[in-house]
Write a protein that binds this ligand. Structure first.
Ligand code: GLN
Length: 535
C-alpha cells in the first residue's frame, strides 16, 4: 500500500512548493523508494492548455500528451517518476467528471454535493495514481495557499485521507515563509503561526513545517514555531534560500527532512546518497567559469515562468559542457522596432522557443536570419522551427512572403500549414498534436550525431506542420530534413550542414532534459555556442 505526503503552502505563493515536492521525491528515490508526484490545481480550467502564459507560465506536456502545470516539469527533472495525465488534477477535471456522471445517472436519487461527491472524486483520482503507478510514496502537492476559497475541497479531501490512512501512512508537510524584518533585525514567526492556524481550522495538523527563510533559524525560533504550531521541534525544518534550485534536495537532506519522513512513515529503505547529483550537477554549476551568452528570442520574455523548461534545459546543456550559461531574454517585438544588432550582437547562440499567434513573428524571423547568415549556433523549437523554415524559404529560396497560414491565411507560399485533419477542429482544449511521437533520424546528420540512434521519441504541442509541397524546393536550396514522423509523413527536424550548428525541431526536447542528463540537442547546442566567438 502506498504512503502519502501531502504538501501544502501558506503565507504567500511562489515559495517553491513545486521544487520542495520534487526535492522530497528526489530524496526518497535516492533511498531506493519508488515515488510519484501529483499536482492538484484548484482552478476551474480542465487543464492549463487554454491559458495565456502570462496567467499560468509554461504548459508542460507529458509523454501521454497531457497539457499540465509546469510543476510536473520539476517533478520529472528531479525524479524518474513517469508522469501521466492523471498526475495533474484540477478542479475543472474533477467537476467535469462529477457532472458527467450525474448526467449519466450515476448518483441517481442523490443531491450531488461538494462533500462527499467532489471530495470523493478528488480522493479517488489521487488513489488511482497511487494504484496505477505502484509507488511506495505518493507526494501530493496542493496548489495555491491555505486560505484560498478554491483550495478548500482539496484540503478537505486530504483531511479525510489523513484520517482514513492514519499517521503511519500519511503526513502533511506545510511550507511557509519566515520573513526577515530588517528594521527589527529579526526573523518573524507570526505568519507561519497564522497559516498553520488556518490549516488547523480545516482540521489538518501539519506533521512537518518547512520554513522558507533567507537567514538561518536560531534554536529559539524553531522552538517557538514548534510550540505555537503544535509540532515536534525537530519537525521544524529550515528551507534556506540557495543559489540554484538544484541545491534544494541537498540542503533539505542536511536539515534531516528525508530522515524525518522515513521515520514518520515507517519507510523501509536505504540511507540514501546524493553524491552523484552533487558531483554531476552541483559541483559543475559552482565551478564553471567560462561564460556562454545565449539569446532566447520570444514573446513572453518578461515572465520568468513562460519558458521554464527551455531555461532549465539550457542550464543542463551548460552543466554537461562545464560552462556558465548567461541567458539574454529578448522580446522579438523589440527586434522588430530597433533591429537585430542592438540585441543580438555578441551572443554565442540564439534559441527561438515555441509560441502562438502573430505578434512578434517578424522579429523572430530576423533573429533566425541573423543566426544563419552570421554562423551563430541556432536552435529553433516548435514555432522556432516554423520560423526557421519561413526565413529559409524567404531568404534562400526567394519565396517572397512565405509564411505559416497561422499568421497569413492567404500567403502565396504556405510553407507551414494545417493538416487536413486539423482544419475542421473548432474546440481549443486538448486538440493539438500532443505528446510523444516516434521520430526517425537520418544517418550522417547533425541530429543523428547528437542522439546517436535512429529512433527517438519526443513530445509535441502544436497544430501547424511543415508543408511537404515545399520539401523539394527547400531541399534543393540546401535545407536538410533530418527527422521524420514516418506514419504521418511529417517533417520533425531541419538543419543546415553549411553552418556550425543550425537545428530546428517541431517537437519540444526541453521537456525531456534533466540536470544530470542533458538532452543531447541542448548539450550540443551549448557545445557549439561555447566554441562560437560571438556574433
Ligand atoms: N503556433 C504553432 C503551432 O500551433 C507552434 C506551437 C508551439 O510552438 N508550441 O503549430
Amino acid at each position: 500500500m502506498s504512503k502519502y505526503i501531502f504538501v501544502t503552502g501558506g503565507v504567500v505563493s511562489s515559495l517553491g512548493k513545486g521544487i520542495a515536492s520534487a526535492s522530497i521525491g528526489k530524496l526518497l528515490e535516492s533511498r531506493g523508494l519508488k515515488v510519484t508526484i501529483i499536482k492538484c490545481d484548484p482552478y476551474i480550467n480542465v487543464d492549463p492548455g487554454t491559458m495565456n502564459p502570462f496567467q499560468h507560465g509554461e504548459v508542460y506536456v507529458t509523454e501521454d500528451g497531457a497539457e499540465t502545470d509546469l510543476d510536473l516539469g520539476h517533478y520529472e527533472r528531479y525524479t524518474n517518476a513517469k508522469l501521466t495525465k492523471d498526475n495533474n488534477i484540477t478542479t475543472g477535471k474533477i467537476y467535469y467528471s462529477v457532472i458527467s456522471k450525474e448526467r449519466e445517472g450515476y448518483y441517481l436519487g442523490k443531491t450531488v454535493q461538494i462533500i462527499p461527491h467532489i471530495t470523493d472524486e478528488i480522493k479517488n483520482s489521487i488513489k488511482k495514481v497511487a494504484y496505477q503507478q505502484r509507488s511506495d510514496v505518493v507526494i501530493v502537492e496542493i496548489g495555491g495557499t491555505v486560505g484560498d476559497i478554491e483550495g478548500l475541497p482539496f484540503l478537505e479531501a486530504i483531511r479525510q485521507m489523513k484520517l482514513e490512512l492514519g499517521r503511519d501512512y500519511s503526513i502533511n508537510i506545510h511550507l511557509t515563509l519566515v520573513p526577515f524584518i530588517k528594521s527589527a533585525g529579526e526573523l518573524k514567526t507570526k505568519p507561519t503561526q497564522h497559516s498553520v492556524g488556518r490549516l488547523r481550522e480545516i482540521g489538518i495538523s501539519p506533521d512537518i513545517i518547512l520554513c522558507r527563510t533567507e537567514k538561518r533559524l536560531k534554536k529559539e525560533t524553531k522552538e517557538k514555531i514548534a510550540l505555537f504550531c503544535n509540532v515536534d521541534r525537530e519537525a521544524v525544518i529550515p528551507a534556506l534560500d540557495v543559489k540554484s534550485i538544484y541545491e534544494v534536495p541537498v540542503s533539505l537532506r542536511k536539515e534531516g527532512l528525508d530522515q524525518l519522513i522515513v521515520r514518520f512513515l515507517h519507510l523501509k529503505c536505504d540511507d540514501g546518497d546524493l553524491s552523484n547529483w552533487e558531483n554531476k550537477v552541483l559541483k559543475r554549476l559552482k565551478h564553471s567559469t567560462k561564460q556562454v551568452p545565449i539569446a532566447v528570442v520570444g514573446k513572453y520574455i518578461t515572465l520568468q515562468d513562460a519558458y521554464k523548461s527551455i531555461y532549465e534545459a539550457l542550464t543542463h546543456g551548460a552543466i554537461a559542457n562545464g560552462v556558465r550559461l548567461v541567458i539574454k531574454r529578448i522580446d522579438s517585438e523589440d527586434i522588430e522596432k530597433k533591429g537585430v544588432l542592438k540585441y543580438l550582437k555578441g551572443v554565442s547562440g540564439i534559441l527561438i522557443p515555441g509560441g502562438f499567434g502573430h505578434r512578434g513573428i517578424e522579429g523572430k524571423i530576423k533573429a533566425a536570419k541573423f543566426a544563419r547568415e552570421n554562423n551563430i549556433p541556432f536552435f529553433g523549437i516548435c514555432l522556432g522551427m516554423q520560423v526557421a523554415v519561413i526565413e529559409f524559404a524567404r531568404g534562400v529560396c526567394d519565396l517572397r512572403g512565405a509564411n505559416s497560414t497561422e499568421f497569413n491565411k492567404n500567403t502565396k507560399y504556405p510553407v507551414i500549414s494545417l493538416l487536413e485533419e486539423q482544419k475542421d477542429i473548432k474546440a481549443k482544449g486538448a486538440t493539438m498534436r500532443l505528446g510523444a511521437y516516434e521520430c526517425k533520424l537520418s544517418k550522417g546528420t547533425k541530429a543523428y550525431n547528437s542522439y546517436k540512434k535512429e529512433k527517438i521519441f519526443e513530445r509535441h504541442r502544436h497544430r501547424y506542420e511543415f508543408n511537404n509541397v515545399y520539401k523539394e524546393t527547400l531541399s534543393n536550396n540546401g535545407l536538410i530534413f533530418s527527422g521524420f514522423y514516418k506514419k504521418g509523413n511529417l517533417v520533425e527536424i531541419v538543419e543546415l550542414n553549411t553552418h556550425p550548428w543550425f537545428i530546428a525541431c517541431q517537437f519540444h526536447p526541453e521537456f525531456k532534459s534533466k540536470p544530470d542528463e542533458s538532452h543531447p540537442l541542448f548539450r550540443d547546442f551549448i557545445k557549439a555556442a561555447g566554441s562560437c566567438k560571438g556574433s
